[in-house]
Design a protein around this ligand. Sequence first.
Ligand code: NCD
Length: 305
Amino acid sequence: MRYDHLITSKQLSRAAIETVLDHAAEIDDDQSAFADKHAGRLLGLLFFEPSTRTKLSFETAMKRLGGDVIDLGSVESSSVTKGESLADTIRVIEGYADALVLRHPKQGSATMASEFVDVPLVNAGDGAGHHPTQTMLDLYTIRENAGLDDLTIGIMGDLKYGRTVHSLAYALSKFDARQHFISPDSLALPREVVYDLHQEGASIREHDGLEEILPSLDVLYVTRIQRERFPDEDEYQKVAGEYQIGPDSLAAAADDLTVMHPLPRVDEIAPEIDETDHAAYFEQAHNGVPVRMALLDLLLGETDE
Ligand code: NCD
């Protein structure tokens, strides 16, 4: 099986998502069985925005498959500072690598870049757009903790600029999940995303507070206010600090509520929650490795192809 570019979770069917999750589970059971699978192959990492988990887990995943990475490194040390376009940079690096991973501040950049390359290109975040590989590890974590059938999920925080939210919502609409979106008005889901979700027949409701729906949730997915995407600092300050989960916030929650966060967190979840059985966000980050191994294995196909 071979996938092409992975740009948004919108492009994936439920069956395609389940193939990735099942393969990740197989890899999770016995990573060593895949240790040499992609020996000699190279993954190109192009990160034009900061990243800790996404970049390092892609690197770890490729190395655990026996392959290696080449890394554009910081934008400051590349020819981008000389004025080279993204299209030119990507066309050059395509010649060095078997697949590419791109993160870029501009929404739509991954779609644009994919038109210039023949090797598989993975969108690791395009501005406030999409982040489909985060969605895969989110779904994997949900499946392990709460199951994907008959799911009621609350997605809270910066739903406007949060690309992990957009990708997750599109994917969950394929699993018939009941999705509750909790945010201040100014950070509500973009109307085009709401429109698309309605078109998909998704069950969605929007709220400005958590209280009324908390007891019904299987999963609460908390997100960071995306400060770097606000047009001005005053707008950020108006909403900063809202929608936090403190030590007492979960009193009315089900005992088996799973709390997730794509990380990094700033102050959205108090450290006291880390010690509770609700917390699944570090497990979620660890799942990035088997899930990205599975994706890369499927994208790269058989070595002798
Ligand atoms: C997210 C991102 O970059 O969109 N981080 C990640 O990849 N785990 C979320 C965020 O930055 O808030």
